[in-house]
Each structure stands twice: as structure tokens, then as C-alpha cells.
Ligand binder design. Structure first.
Ligand code: ATP
Ligand code: MG
Length: 710
């Protein structure tokens, strides 16, 4: 127990030992929130004797959940099942696996990713004789997303009988969506939205099920709580209703998912939801040098909608933060790579300690080229669509055939390699399947001797799948996959293709499964593995060790690296162009928080880079307004930013959607001549957004006076 508390400051210790009731920890980046949370978990287990299966601990990404699990296991010993350290989606899968049969779904339902959704839609479009292009696809998916914004539609899907699409569902789009839901139900597929929605409906329709979970979860903890949306918050609130032990940590300055419905009010107004809640503040930063902290703070202070937090640090002084300005993209990339080589050689840094962060995935490209040229190994998180690759999807489809035998996987691999089951025969199978109410695979088994299926290799396919199924229980997932790829001839098919990269990817997949089996340290059922896998996004791949890490700022949330390059800091990239177009102050503030999250990932050295030139679309590039907002004493500039360009940039920013513009819209801009009933004539010198005052020089007074803006 002692061990869990040493190394924590007093407030952190309080957070660990106050185990009962509703508690929130509000604190800035790098102040040890996540550390307090993991130690608290271990304290509950080691000191209070609580079973890990009675503690729910949620985070937002699988990567974060993984990392937390690893840290907790270090503290409590590796043997215990920490399955409830998970994401919101992961938790919903656990709930549904136990009780989705009440909705007439099998517990081995399939989780659909975007590719699967596309496949279902493609079939519908084919059936209707329509063409599906990217634009239509996106439109329909958006509409489906909108429909799934609330839970009404779920009722239509959970009846015992096959779903009947509404006849006069209105326009063509709505009809397509109805058909889509029907198909979804046929394959027992749930997409990410469904996971949460089905769980909600399950809890509402079956209070006993909710009660079971409420009973079970004595303690509930949440990291990064500032990014909770309404459903996620509601889920936590509901689950905590029995034992009233909810512990959340977060930093409102790091809310970066407002665009997806996150609302910091659940953190900020925690007390209004739970009146006897306690609040703990942490004010010491342990992550970064004073220089990095100063620069980050000078940026976030420009947000109006925020509560100021004074952060201190006792960390040693380090190097000044650097802003590099290049003449073009190549120069920027070259400077970054040179700097990295410097770090590796002169400072004996390891590549693992270096991260390159950016606003959007496409920005990785220009850096990548430079890294390749200099032979520096790197890993990209996100953007690198490992699980979207054809061979990976095919391999997973084999596993899904063994586990679920779902139509999607069947259609994907039944004719790969060629088994003479082409379009016409598939059509035949589909018709029979519809008529007999069977899956495509069961239909194939039933009609394998039918004249229409003669001269196909259907029987071999069936034999392979059946034999694998019979061994499912006694084999590891990795062994099953290896066998599946061999027995079905898939591996040979890829080998013949001669594409080494594909073979390497298959090996990489096997390797990742073995790794997963090892870190979990438990026997994993195939079904469970598959469901978890679909929840994974590319962001969660562990990545090769000893490589420079490239990722978006969103992905870097909660992480830390000794050396950070925040690149492509160009106006209309960060803040991004959409935000500027919308002219919403809140959007701009979210972009500023994003920059803040990026900067506060750095422990020892921070580099902000951007360059001149033109963006695609012919827009001239200027340094981001966020660069100009930084405290000038707090950073050093390398590279020449011409006075002329700087002036132009500032005008551009002002015209686009400048901070002065904000003042304009809400009152008077700086420099406006004003007249006060008592003090007479004056000029607005400064605007203090936080206090909502003007600082005005009155001709009759010696010193400026703050005057309320109202
Ligand atoms: P973020 O807001 O970015 O998620 P956080 O508040 O969760 O940050 P942590 O990641 O928990 O911060 O901690 C930041 C770093 O400080 C970690 O390396 C952690 O080990 C270290 N740290 C936390 N608390 C202490 C402490 N009391 N003494 C020494 N180091 C600490
Ligand atoms: Mg954290």
C-alpha cells in the first residue's frame, strides 16, 4: 500500500485514497491525472481487496486502454483479469455478449467497420440497379449516422422476426437506409453506433440487466472525461447509480472532440449532476520543462471560454521552444530530419523518444519522404490502413467464417482463390438463402450437389471450414489463422501473386495476434478476439519499436514523448480551414486546444514548424495565428520570416477570422475612440476577454482604466 502512495504528491494521494462517492479531478496536462487514476485502481485492488471484475475503468482509445492495463498490471501483478479496463465500445460489447439474446441476436454478433458497411451498401445498390460512387456512399453513411444519433430505430431491429423495411419510407435514400438496416440484421451486424445504442435500449427495456451491471460495478473510473459525449456520460451515470462511486479525471483545456458531440460540461458542471461531489485539483506539472509549459500556457490563455489554472513545475530548465520557418515544404522537412539526426547523434536520443505530430493525416507525406531518404525508421499511427488492406480483410474473413459464418465474410472469400462461384452462382445462393431463411454458407452446404453448383470447388471450401471449426476450441487464434490460410489455399494464392508486401502483411497480422495473446495472458476465444479486433482502429497498432512516431494530435492525446515536433503549423491547417469558414468562436477555440494538446505532449524539447509556399487549391501559406499568439519571450525563431510576409500573414488572419474580428462582433475593436459618461473621451487600448473589460486610456486620466464591456 505504501508503495502505491510514495511517488505521488498530496493531492494525488487524496485522489487515490478517497475511494467513495463522486469525485472529479480537474487538472492541466502532465499533472499526473492518469497516474493518479491507475494508482487508485491498484489501491482498490491491493489495499481494499476489490476484485478487478468489480471495477470499470474507461478511456477513449484502445491504445490508451492497453497502456493503462499494462501500468495497472505492473502494480497489481499480471495474473488478474483486467478486462474492464476498456473503452466505451469495448464495455458495450461485454454487456451485449451477455444479454443481446434478449433481442434475438446471437452472442457472437458481428461488429461492422466502415468497409463492411460499404459492402452491404454495394449489395443494395446492385440489387436496385444503381451505381454507388464515393459521394453517394458518404451521403448515405452520414444519413445512417444521423438516424443512429438517437435510439428509436433500435426497436425496429430487435423484433423476433426478420425486419420488415417500412414500405413508404419516403425518398430513395430512406428506402436504401431501410434496406441497409434489414441487411444489417440479417448478418447480425452491429456498427459502432449500434453498440452504444443497443446497450442503452437493453438497459432501458430490461432494468434487471442494468441492475446486474450496477451491482457488479462497485467502482467506476473514467480518464479524459472532458471528451465525454451525452451518451457516454449517461452510461456512466446510470451504472454508478447503485454504489455511487464514480471517479473521473480530465482537463477542459484538452477537449478536442466537440465536433463529435463531446461536451466539457459533464466535467465542468459535474457538481450540478452530483451535488455532493468532491473536486480535487492538481497543479504541478511533472512532464515538461518550464519553457514548454510557458509556451503552451501563453497559447491557451487566448481562449475566452475557459477557467484559468495556474500550473507550476519543479522540472529543470531546458532548451527554449523553437519555431522554425522554412521557405518551402522541402526545407521544412529537411530541417526536421536534420534536427532528428542531431538528437540521435549528439544527444543519444533513441528514435522511440521522438514524435512528429500534425493536424491531419495527409501532412505525414512530406515528412515521410525526407525520413525515407535519410534512412530513419518510422511508424505512422492512423492513416496507415493496415486493417483496410485487402489481404488483411481476407484473412480476418477466414477467421470470421470459422466463428460466425456470416454472409459478409462468406461473400468476401468464397471465390478467393477462384472456386468457380461467380456472380450468377452467388445470385442463385442469395435467392435460395432468402427463401430458406439461411445464411449463404448454410445454403451452400445444403445445395452443394445442386446442378447449378456443379463443377465448382464448393465442397473443398466447406471441408476446410468445417475442419477448422471442429478444432476451434483446442487451438489458439494464431494457429487457427495459420491453418485457415493454408487449408483454403489463400496463402498459396497470395504467394503465386508474387507480392511480397502482402505476404509480409499476413505475417505481421499473425505476429500481432501472437502478441495480443501474450499480453492478455489469458486464453482468448476466437469470437472474443474478433469482436475486439473490429473495435481496433489503426491508431492502436503498437508499432515497431525503436522508430520515430508519426501521428495526428488527436491520436497523441494522453501520451508523452521527450522530443516533439509539431509540424505543418500553417494558418487554415491549424486552425483548419473548415473552422475558419464556419466563423464560430467555439470551433476556433477547439483548434487552439488541439495545438495546446500537441505542445503539452513534449517532455524535454518542443519544435513548432511551418513553411511558405502554396497549399493544394492555390492558397498561399502563412504561419498559423497560434504562432503569433505565443509569448514572444518564450520561444526562439529559426529561419527567416520576412517582415513583409509577417505583415501579410497578420492581415490575412485578421481578414479570415481574426481575434479582432471577434471583438468586433461582440463590441468595439482595439483602437476605437469612445466616450464615457463620467471620464469623457478615450481610446480602447486592450481588451480583456476573461474579465470582459476594455482597458481604456482616457484623455483626462493619467493611467488606463478597466471598464466593463457591457
Ligand atoms: P494528460 O492531461 O496529458 O493526460 P496527465 O495529467 O494524465 O496528462 P500523466 O500522464 O499521469 O499526466 O503524468 C505525466 C507524467 O508525469 C508521467 O510521466 C508521470 O509518470 C509523471 N508523474 C505524475 N505524477 C508524478 C509525481 N507525483 N511525481 C513524479 N512524476 C509524476
Ligand atoms: Mg492523462
Amino acid at each position: 500500500m505504501e508503495e502505491l502512495l510514495t511517488g505521488l504528491n498530496e493531492s494525488q494521494q487524496q485522489a487515490v485514497m478517497e475511494t467513495e462517492g463522486y469525485i472529479r479531478v480537474i487538472a492541466g496536462a502532465g499533472s499526473g491525472k492518469t497516474k493518479a487514476l491507475t494508482h487508485r485502481y491498484a489501491f482498490l485492488v491491493n489495499a481494499l481487496g476489490i476484485e478487478p471484475s468489480n471495477i470499470l475503468c474507461v478511456t477513449f482509445t484502445n491504445k490508451a486502454a492497453h497502456e493503462m492495463r499494462r501500468r495497472v498490471k505492473k502494480l497489481i501483478g499480471g495474473e488478474q483479469d483486467t478486462g474492464f479496463i476498456t473503452t466505451y465500445h469495448g464495455f458495450c460489447v461485454r454487456v451485449l455478449r451477455e444479454d443481446i439474446h434478449r433481442f434475438f441476436y446471437p452472442k457472437n454478433f458481428v461488429i461492422l467497420d466502415v468497409e463492411d458497411q460499404k459492402t452491404l451498401l454495394r449489395e443494395i445498390f446492385e440489387d436496385l440497379g444503381l451505381k454507388l460512387n464515393d459521394k453517394t456512399f458518404k451521403r448515405i453513411l452520414d444519413k445512417i449516422g444521423m438516424l443512429k444519433g438517437n435510439t428509436h430505430y433500435v426497436n425496429q431491429m430487435i423484433t423476433r422476426d426478420a425486419m420488415v423495411p417500412l414500405d413508404d419510407a419516403g425518398d430513395l435514400d430512406s428506402q436504401i437506409i431501410q434496406l441497409y438496416l434489414k441487411k444489417q440484421k440479417r448478418v447480425f451486424g452491429l456498427d459502432f453506433d449500434d453498440l452504444i445504442n443497443f446497450t442503452f435500449v437493453l438497459f432501458h427495456k430490461y432494468p434487471k440487466v442494468l441492475g446486474k451491471w450496477q451491482d457488479r460495478l462497485f467502482y467506476i473510473q473514467g480518464d479524459e472525461f472532458q471528451d465525454s459525449n451525452e451518451k457516454q456520460f449517461e452510461l456512466m451515470r446510470m451504472l454508478a447509480e447503485k454504489h455511487h462511486n464514480l471517479f473521473v479525471v480530465g482537463d477542459p483545456d484538452q477537449t478536442i472532440y466537440e465536433w463529435r458531440g463531446a461536451d466539457p460540461k459533464y466535467m465542468v458542471e459535474f457538481q450540478s449532476f452530483f451535488p455532493d461531489a468532491q473536486t480535487i485539483f492538481l497543479n504541478q506539472n511533472y512532464r515538461s520543462t518550464p519553457e514548454i509549459l510557458a509556451v503552451s500556457n501563453s497559447l491557451i490563455k487566448h481562449n475566452v471560454f475557459r477557467v484559468d489554472k495556474e500550473m507550476i513545475t519543479e522540472n529543470q530548465e531546458g532548451l527554449k521552444v523553437i519555431h522554425y520557418h522554412g521557405k518551402d515544404e522541402n526545407e521544412e522537412a529537411k530541417w526536421i530530419v536534420d534536427k532528428i539526426e542531431d538528437l540521435l547523434k549528439k544527444k543519444q536520443a533513441s528514435k522511440d523518444e521522438i514524435a512528429i505530430l500534425y493536424r491531419a493525416n495527409y501532412l505525414s507525406r512530406f515528412i515521410e519522404q525526407a525520413l525515407i531518404k535519410e534512412n530513419i525508421d518510422y511508424t505512422i499511427f492512423g492513416g496507415f490502413k493496415f486493417f483496410d488492406r485487402m489481404e488483411i480483410k481476407d484473412a480476418i474473413a477466414h477467421l470470421r467464417m470459422i466463428a460466425f459464418g456470416d454472409d459478409l465474410s462468406f461473400a468476401r472469400i468464397v471465390n478467393v482463390p477462384k472456386r468457380q462461384i461467380g456472380k450468377k452462382r452467388m445470385q442463385f445462393l442469395r435467392e435460395r438463402a432468402e427463401a430458406d431463411g439461411l445464411t449463404l454458407y448454410d445454403t451452400l452446404k445444403k445445395y452443394v450437389d445442386h446442378p447449378r453448383l456443379q463443377r465448382t470447388q464448393a465442397q473443398q471450401f466447406i471441408d476446410a471450414i468445417e475442419s477448422l471449426r471442429s478444432r476451434k476450441k483446442d487451438n489458439h487464434v494464431s494457429e487457427l489463422l495459420q491453418d485457415a490460410l493454408q487449408r483454403t489455399g489463400y496463402e498459396a494464392y497470395i504467394r503465386e501473386d508474387g507480392d511480397q508486401e502482402r505476404l509480409d502483411n499476413l505475417t505481421e497480422l499473425l505476429h500481432s495476434i501472437v502478441q495480443y495473446e501474450q499480453t492478455m495472458g489469458e486464453d482468448i476465444e476466437l469470437e472474443e478476439y474478433l469482436q475486439m479486433l473490429t473495435l481496433y482502429t489503426d491508431n492502436d497498432l503498437e508499432g515497431k519499436s525503436n522508430t520515430v512516431k508519426l501521428m495526428t494530435i488527436h491520436t497523441a492525446k494522453g501520451l508523452e514523448f521527450p522530443y516533439v515536433f509539431l509540424v505543418g503549423m500553417t494558418e487554415s491547417v491549424l486552425p483548419n480551414v473548415r473552422t475558419l469558414r464556419d466563423r464560430k468562436e467555439r470551433g476556433l477555440e477547439e483548434e487552439r486546444r488541439l495545438a495546446y494538446v500537441g505542445m503539452t505532449r513534449a517532455e524535454k524539447e518542443l519544435y513548432l514548424t511551418e513553411s511558405e509556399g502554396y497549399q493544394s487549391g492555390g492558397v498561399k501559406k502563412y504561419p498559423s495565428r497560434f504562432i503569433f499568439e505565443l509569448d514572444e519571450d518564450a520561444y526562439q525563431r529559426i529561419g527567416i520570416l520576412d517582415e513583409e510576409l509577417e505583415k501579410e500573414a497578420k492581415e490575412y488572419i485578421k481578414a479570415a477570422y481574426g481575434t479582432d474580428r471577434v471583438a468586433n462582433e461582440q463590441g468595439h475593436p482595439k483602437g476605437t475612440k469612445v466616450r464615457h459618461p463620467v471620464f469623457g473621451e478615450g481610446v480602447i487600448e486592450e481588451i480583456d476577454h476573461k474579465k470582459n473589460t476594455y482597458l481604456i486610456y482616457f484623455d483626462n486620466l493619467k493611467a488606463p482604466r478597466p471598464i466593463s464591456r457591457n
